[in-house]
Design a protein around this ligand. Structure first.
Ligand SMILES: C[S@@+](CC[C@H](N)C(=O)[O-])C[C@H]1O[C@@H](n2cnc3c(N)ncnc32)[C@H](O)[C@@H]1O
Length: 212
């Protein structure tokens, strides 16, 4: 997917107190940074940050960390946060593939929101629900594993259902149309989701766990 490039994006995001510049220093110490022992939820591919920002506002007793590879995407995320006074959210500019370098067994939930679908078979290993990623997540989940995924992409959704169940995850919720689901699933929309919602595209949703 192509994203707008923002001039001087690295400089811009580095001036934000919400961007963690040296995340490796916090491995096994994220609770010290948050100054509490509340659960830590990660979003991989956090984009412009709307979802995480609204989650952090709604759930002050949960700590949120957004991982995003593209510094231009994070410019808007840091801007939103700079105008807030939130103490339960940080952003990191890095490749999600490397998260074991910065987290020990500290994470409670991982959100995969509108991740790149990588439709070509040769790119399968880049999908956030590929087995190689599920093995990475094993190294950072505190105890039980918990993944929440939303996508507009039916192929990625079907792939993820299969990949997660082959990896012994169990599904709390599976929805083929999140916004029209009679169970009234609690939901905060991401940036991409708002657009798809306007276009009336169905959003696929799953909430999966594995109890250790
Ligand atoms: C389609 S956007 C979705 C953004 C946001 N989650 C939303 O729903 O509005 C996917 C995001 O994932 C980021 N991304 C893709 N691969 C990544 C990786 N390996 N590590 C971290 N971020 C990644 C992209 O830069 C992009 O911002």
């Amino acid at each position: 997917m192509e994203y707008n490039k923002i001039y001087n994006s690295l400089e811009k995001i580095n001036s934000s107190k919400y961007l963690i510049k040296n995340p490796k220093n916090y491995k096994n110490k994220w609770h010290d940074l948050f100054q509490n022992h509340n659960p830590i939820y990660l979003e991989l591919g956090t984009g412009r940050g709307d979802f995480l920002f609204n989650m952090a506002k709604k759930y002050p007793n949960i700590n949120f960390i957004g991982i995003e590879i593209n510094s231009s995407q994070l410019v808007r995320a840091t801007q939103i946060l700079e105008n807030s006074n939130l103490k339960n959210i940080y952003l990191i500019n890095m490749d999600a593939r490397d998260i074991t370098q910065i987290f020990g067994k500290e994470i409670d939930t991982i959100y995969l929101t509108f991740s790149e679908p990588w439709p070509k078979k040769r790119d399968e290993k880049n999908r956030f629900t590929h087995e190689s990623y599920l093995k990475i997540y094993d190294q950072i989940f505190k105890k039980d594993k918990h993944i929440v995924l939303k996508t507009d992409n039916a192929s990625l959704f079907a792939y993820s259902l299969e990949s997660l169940s082959n990896y012994w995850y169990v599904f709390n919720i599976v929805s083929l149309n999140l916004h029209n689901d009679e169970r009234n699933i609690s939901n905060i929309m991401t940036d991409f989701e708002k657009q798809y919602f306007k276009e009336k595209r169905p959003i696929y949703y799953l909430d999966a766990y594995f109890k250790n």
